[in-house]
Design a protein around this ligand. Structure first.
Ligand code: ZN
Length: 192
């Protein structure tokens, strides 16, 4: 089932999300819904707060990025469900790349992130997995993991630049934005 994606401005996106419990009712169904919702919106990642649930869980599929460039290993085979992820060993080496977010349609901003990370998480079968990621896969995980801490793209950019975005962000919050997937806006009636 496709769930509406929560738009910027909703407090659920600013909250620190709760750990997922193994017995969480309907967890597998939720994960299925998140895949469906993400693919329907042409996204490469979707975190539970973006469907209105304050839980530490996200899905990611980097295959649209293909092989990557300039020696980037790419992330064509990078498809993961990460439950209760914990990041470690973030590299000091960083890269800048423009990012978008399904909750902030129409906005793309350069975000500086570590090139390499470690991450420990549970998959949907509650296997504990630890892996090292780099390039685009690392960037997707860093972006999605941010959502679990209430952090979004505007929090990564300089205050002066964020000020320039204020009007656009307010419009998004009020649903004054064109999107071709279902969204849930805080301050106006449902659309889509
Ligand atoms: Zn996002």
């Amino acid at each position: 089932m496709i769930r509406p994606i929560v738009a910027y401005g909703d407090p659920v996106l600013k909250k620190e999300a709760e750990e997922v419990e193994k017995q969480h009712p309907g967890l597998l169904e939720l994960i299925e819904d998140m895949w469906e919702t993400m693919y329907a919106a042409d996204g490469v990642g979707l975190a539970a707060p973006q469907v209105g649930l304050s839980l530490r869980l996200f899905v990611a599929d980097g295959s649209p990025f293909g092989e990557g460039e300039d020696g980037d290993p790419g992330c064509r085979d990078f498809k993961r469900v990460m439950i209760n992820p914990v990041l470690f060993d973030l590299s000091e080496e960083e890269t800048v790349m423009e990012e978008g977010c399904l909750s902030i349609p129409g906005i793309r901003e350069p975000v500086t992130r570590s090139v390499r990370i470690g991450v420990e998480y549970f998959d949907e079968n509650w296997n504990l997995i630890e892996e090292q990621l780099d390039g685009l896969a690392a960037r997707i995980v860093l972006h999605e993991n941010d959502h679990l801490d209430g952090v979004m793209i505007p929090d990564h950019i300089a205050a002066t630049k964020r000020q320039l975005l204020q009007g656009k962000l307010r419009d998004i919050g009020m649903g004054k934005v064109k999107v071709d997937y279902r969204m849930r806006f805080l301050k106006s009636k449902k659309r889509g």
